[in-house]
Design a protein around this ligand. Structure first.
Ligand code: HSE
Length: 324
């Protein structure tokens, strides 16, 4: 049995305009590349091989090892069901886990950096143990990594990072996760203005209560978006990519937001909004050619405002986290 495995875990776009905390999709790139090893030294350890990128090396603070810890605790409780030689040695303290970071999505960019790492960690160790759990079951542990990162165990990044495609979190208690069919040609332009917005801060600015009339509009949009994705109805997808609750507040954290969104729509995007908690913005497009065109317009618009940005185009990643 192999004792080391290398994992690719994708970036994700959470919220997708109207689906705050309940909808997300996975990108083909960028992503995290990490190795997970079973070692002869007990406990969890982290090694960072990425030059110029800081991350917590304390296993109680790093999203990857927090998620792994939650996974191991679950297996401990259910040890009889999932017994294997590797696992028994691990649980009796004879073996440990080392995580090595080779590539990492920039933290604070809004495309699920912490989630990709958490997803990679639990997926990698689960593979080394001979897959005692399926991908869907791994989501609950990766969510604990999110809790460590921003204080909230939301699943709209980790679920698509693990499962791929578009994923709906129908309910948190109990956790009910649904994958949503979508048109194959959908493509997205992402622009990352070079500022950092911490998810924890972007959650603190939100209102705790909303008006019923806004809720009704948002329910219509999220239902419309899911129906549009399932039917391949691009006009319906476009009409539904509207967020009347979160975007009006969070867009104030992104300089030039309105101009960039307008430019994306004029260039042919189906819709444009904040990716996760920002500052990245996403513009969902009917096909790659449109996404390429939109990406150039997005970059030009930030450039003209003197805001440095990084732009890229990606299809939807149907597979999610995988062995690299
Ligand atoms: N749903 C989360 C939020 C995603 O918007 O705070 C964070 O990436």
């Amino acid at each position: 049995m192999s004792h080391t495995i290398k994992i690719f875990s994708p970036a994700t776009v959470a919220n997708v305009a109207c689906g705050f905390d309940i909808l997300g999709f996975a990108l083909e790139a960028p992503g995290d590349i990490i190795s997970v090893s079973i070692t002869d030294k007990s406990g969890l350890s982290i090694r960072n091989e990425i030059k110029g990128m800081n991350m917590p090396l304390d296993p109680d603070k790093n999203t990857t090892t927090v998620a792994i810890q939650a996974y191991l605790e679950y297996l401990t409780v259910n040890a009889l069901t999932y017994a294997s030689a590797e696992l028994s040695s691990m649980l009796s303290g004879k073996k440990g886990v080392e995580v090595v970071f080779h590539e990492k999505i920039k933290p604070g960019s809004g495309v699920g950096s912490s989630s990709a790492s958490a997803a990679a960690g639990v997926f990698g160790l689960n593979e080394l143990f001979g897959k005692p759990l399926n991908k869907l079951e791994l989501v609950q542990f990766a969510m604990q990594g999110e809790r460590a990162a921003c204080g909230s165990a939301h699943a709209d990044n980790v679920a698509p990072a693990i499962l791929g495609g578009f994923v709906l979190v129908r309910s948190y208690t109990p956790l009910d996760i649904v994958t949503i069919p979508y048109p194959d040609d959908l493509c997205v332009a992402i622009i990352h203005p070079q500022i950092e917005v911490r998810t924890e801060d972007a959650r603190k600015v939100l209102r705790k209560e909303i008006k019923l009339k806004d809720a009704i509009q948002q329910w219509g949009n999220i239902a419309g978006l899911i129906a549009g994705l399932m039917k391949g109805d691009y006009a319906l997808i476009g009409r539904s990519l509207q967020d009347v609750i979160i975007e009006p507040i969070r867009s104030m954290l992104i300089p030039g937001y309105d101009e960039v969104k307008l430019a994306a729509m004029e260039a042919g995007a189906l819709g444009c909004s904040i990716s996760g908690s920002g500052p990245s913005m996403f513009a969902l497009c009917q096909d790659r050619a449109t996404a390429e065109k939109v990406s150039k317009v997005l970059a030009k618009t930030f450039d003209e405002m003197g805001i440095e940005s990084h732009v890229y185009v990606s299809g939807i990643n149907a597979e999610g986290v995988r062995v690299a």
